[in-house]
Design a protein. Structure first.
Length: 267
């Protein structure tokens, strides 16, 4: 990492996926050692199991112990918070999720990802009430929040202003399936890259990976890549910022190879 840019961490979603046992994990590797292996070849992992069910504090502590210093977990927040009609009424569910033991990850706790259904529209007052509920720390561990909004109604200056007021980031989803915009709303960038192809060993062509690496460097330096789609014009250069990039969906079997190829380009 250059001194005038933030850290860039690259990874995939989860670490348990059957096809990876044929093209990423060494033959015969015990399944209980897959996180240990993945965390030494990637620099971050997005935990998705927390979206579906509550994990135990001991589980988070175990994950922390199995991974090297400097590794980071992004944690997808509970669906029982985000999949509701009135978000502002989710206070108890937020407290339950945040208090479930994520603090056991300590310095390895990265952003909390709040993913909303594609049918969830932007309702300014309710979304503001939801953002006001998000805590800034838990058990002394600072929390960073990122919104994955997947309805076109969020592609509005009113949403961007609201997110910036509460200092939460917004996911850049590189996909044609959902609205894709890279406007900066927080002090870090979170990208979910979803265009990997099964017929390319690294998921993305070399030129595409070069372009992704360039974008990561520009974001980390505090600027904005001109090629990224956005709702508003790019903002003036800011302070260096951390960047999180996850290869998700698409041809998922290629995700680890894509992540490793990007990490190599960023060295």
């Amino acid at each position: 990492m250059h001194q005038d840019q933030g850290s860039i961490r690259v990874g995939v979603g989860g670490w348990t996926f059957e096809p990876w046992r044929a093209n990423f994990y060494p033959a015969g590797l015990p399944h209980h050692r897959e996180l240990e292996y993945a965390s030494r070849h990637l620099t971050a992992i997005e935990i998705n199991g927390t979206y579906y069910s509550t994990q135990k504090p001991e589980t988070f502590a175990k994950w922390r112990a199995e991974t090297p210093e400097g590794f980071v977990f992004a944690v997808k927040a509970s669906r029982f918070v985000t999949n509701r009609r009135v978000l502002g009424g989710g206070g108890p569910a937020i407290e339950h999720f945040v208090g479930s033991g994520i603090a056991r990850l300590g310095p390895k706790l990265g952003p909390l990802l709040w993913q909303f259904m594609p049918t969830k529209r932007f309702e300014p007052e309710d979304f503001a009430a939801f953002l006001a509920l998000l805590p800034q720390e838990v058990e002394g561990v600072p929390l960073r929040h990122v919104m994955e909004v997947r309805h076109a109604s969020f592609m509005a200056s009113e949403y961007l202003a609201l997110a910036r007021r509460f200092r939460v980031a917004t996911v850049f989803s590189d996909t044609d399936e959902y609205p894709s915009f890279a406007d900066i709303t927080g002090d870090f960038v979170y990208a979910r890259l979803q265009r990997s192809q099964a017929n390319i060993a690294t998921g993305y062509a070399p030129s595409a990976l070069d372009a992704v690496a360039d974008c990561a460097r520009v974001w980390a330096a505090g600027s904005e890549p001109l090629v990224a789609p956005r709702v508003e014009a790019a903002q003036a250069n800011a302070a260096p910022r951390d960047v999180f990039m996850f290869f998700i969906s698409g041809a998922k079997e290629r995700a680890p190879a894509a992540a490793q190829a990007l990490i190599e380009r960023l060295r």
